[in-house]
Design a protein around this ligand. Structure first.
Ligand SMILES: Cc1cc2nc3c(=O)[nH]c(=O)nc-3n(C[C@H](O)[C@H](O)[C@H](O)COP(=O)(O)OP(=O)(O)OC[C@H]3O[C@@H](n4cnc5c(N)ncnc54)[C@H](O)[C@@H]3O)c2cc1C
Length: 467
């Protein structure tokens, strides 16, 4: 093993490798710190050539590889699991963060995979363009991680998921060869669209080194509002009404339960929430390319109809940021409030209410009463649901019930035509559910693809799918 570590370290140089326990520690767990692993070595390649030499070495010597971006995974997809039987080294792409080309005529950008999402958004903005992918972890997640998880976020309603933004990919394959399809073309009908294989593959088919992305027009105008409603049904009716009125100019429709608002209020100690936290549900509703007057008229109508209880429209960027701060603080607030069993499911929108009516009591039956955090991208039918540890139960006992809780949530979602995994992916956490809820032919095809691209199973083994 020492030989391998020395040889791999030499490829990137001493300053681009970590092998001391104290240094390695931050790279061993998922964002929530619930899934932990181990590795003898973290490598920080600075270019595709480094990645290629590392992967070739690993292929020839049967060393396993876990690719890492910003380590914000919520399903353990980024966690290495070295053991006495196998070494899993980490390739962390943070030092591959160059912008290779931005083309305002073509509305495209080519970047290295370690570029932080927020930096890509900022660069697009400097050219009066928009890179629409936006999520609470945007200050630390990297585009390689976003592509590998087919990330979603708050603007999917208008712009789609990452898959809709990708025009090209360069990736180092498990045998060290380079798949290069970096053309920035919106039309390119030339047989199998192989880049799609790497989108959502969670690092199991290769290491993404560069990505070509579509950019969109910056909206002429962007108006953010915060609205409170009494029930999920009212939120869903408001979504329908707003789509009828503003069509594709509804850019975000996020909903947040009162339990989340209370947790955020405690977490953001010195900041008052824009609409307080008395309402059962609040919605962040963003409309683009319309003036404030049209949104205000629309909201007034909905108040008159009794659909919404209260509403506030941001008058400027600061007020808009204050509203979004509420949304972007949920995961941190939740994390700081202690243990929970987390879910990321999607449903046909009209089934959301039925799902919650079935599932919240069903979770209560398993572990008793406790806080449930519900929030998510309502416009996409995507719910994040967390069952908190009951006050009268110890942590170990509670976690022993986690599989039972997951089962009921995932079964109910699937039974209503939904999915047990909406946007965070599979990782190590949901591997069994993938097999359980998928068409067997799909699983067979996935295995065939994995075996044919990665015959030695060196890329992120034990995640997503077993060959
Ligand atoms: C507060 C918070 C909010 C979040 N909100 C959302 C949300 O709204 N929508 C959403 O979809 N997700 C969300 N996530 C989940 C997470 O941010 C995304 O999955 C993100 O895309 C992961 O990017 P990363 O760079 O952190 O990847 P990592 O966590 O480092 O890795 C994730 C996966 O990608 C693989 N990978 C990383 N880089 C590469 C590469 N170069 N080549 C091949 N494989 C690679 C890893 O092996 C792993 O399988 C959130 C997470 C947090 C902590």
């Amino acid at each position: 093993m020492t030989d391998h570590i020395d040889n791999l370290r030499r490829i990137v140089g001493e300053s681009n490798a970590l092998d001391r326990d104290a240094d390695i520690h931050p790279f061993l767990e998922d964002w929530r710190g619930q899934l932990k692993g181990s590795t003898p070595l973290i490598l920080f390649p600075i270019n595709t050539d480094h990645v290629q030499r590392i992967v070739r070495y690993c292929y020839e010597n049967n060393v396993k590889i876990v690719s890492q971006g910003g380590n914000t995974s919520l399903c353990g997809a980024n966690v290495p699991n070295s053991s006495d039987h196998q070494i899993e080294i980490v390739i962390n792409t943070s030092k591959m963060n160059k912008v290779i080309d931005i083309d305002p005529f073509n509305r495209s950008i080519i970047v290295e995979s370690g570029c932080i999402l927020q930096n890509i958004q900022n660069i697009a903005q400097e050219h009066d363009l928009l890179f629409p992918l936006s999520l609470s972890a945007e200050g630390s997640c990297q585009i390689g991680g976003n592509v590998s998880t087919n990330a979603g976020g708050v603007n999917v309603l208008k712009y789609g998921m990452v898959r809709d933004q990708v025009m090209g990919i360069e990736a180092v394959l498990p045998d060290g060869s380079i798949f290069s399809d970096l053309k920035s073309l919106r039309k390119n009908n030339t047989g199998y669209d192989l880049k799609q294989l790497f989108i959502g593959a969670e690092g199991t088919l290769g290491v993404i080194t560069k990505v070509s992305l579509k950019l969109s027009s910056s909206p002429i105008n962007e108006i953010t509002s915060m609205v409170s409603v009494e029930s999920v049904e009212d939120a869903i009716t408001l979504l329908k009404e707003s789509k009828t009125r503003f069509g594709d100019n509804v850019a975000a429709f996020e909903f947040i339960s009162q339990s989340c608002l209370v947790a955020i209020d405690e977490f953001l100690e010195h900041i008052s929430l824009p609409l307080g936290c008395d309402a059962s549900w609040q919605i962040i509703f963003e409309v683009i390319n319309h003036d404030e007057g049209s949104l205000s008229d629309f909201l007034e109508d909905q108040v008159k109809k009794g659909l919404i209880c209260d509403a506030l429209i941001a008058k400027n960027k600061k007020e808009s940021n204050d509203i979004w701060l509420v949304r972007h603080s949920i995961s941190e607030a939740e994390k700081s409030s202690g243990r929970g069993v987390h879910h990321d499911i999607s449903l046909p929108i009209r089934k959301i209410s039925e799902f919650l009516d079935q599932t919240i009591p069903a979770m209560e039956k398993i572990v008793g009463r406790s806080v449930v955090y519900t929030f998510g991208h309502l416009g996409d039918g995507n719910l994040h649901l967390t069952k908190k540890q009951p006050d009268n139960m110890n942590g170990v006992d509670f976690m022993n019930y986690s599989q039972e809780i997951n089962a009921v949530v995932h079964e109910n979602a699937e039974a209503l035509g939904g999915s047990f995994s909406a946007e965070h992916g599979i990782g190590s956490k949901l591997k069994n559910d993938l097999v359980r809820f998928s068409d067997p032919i799909k699983i067979e095809l996935m295995k065939k693809i994995k075996k044919s691209l990665d015959p030695k199973n060196i890329m992120n083994p034990d995640k997503l799918i077993d060959p």
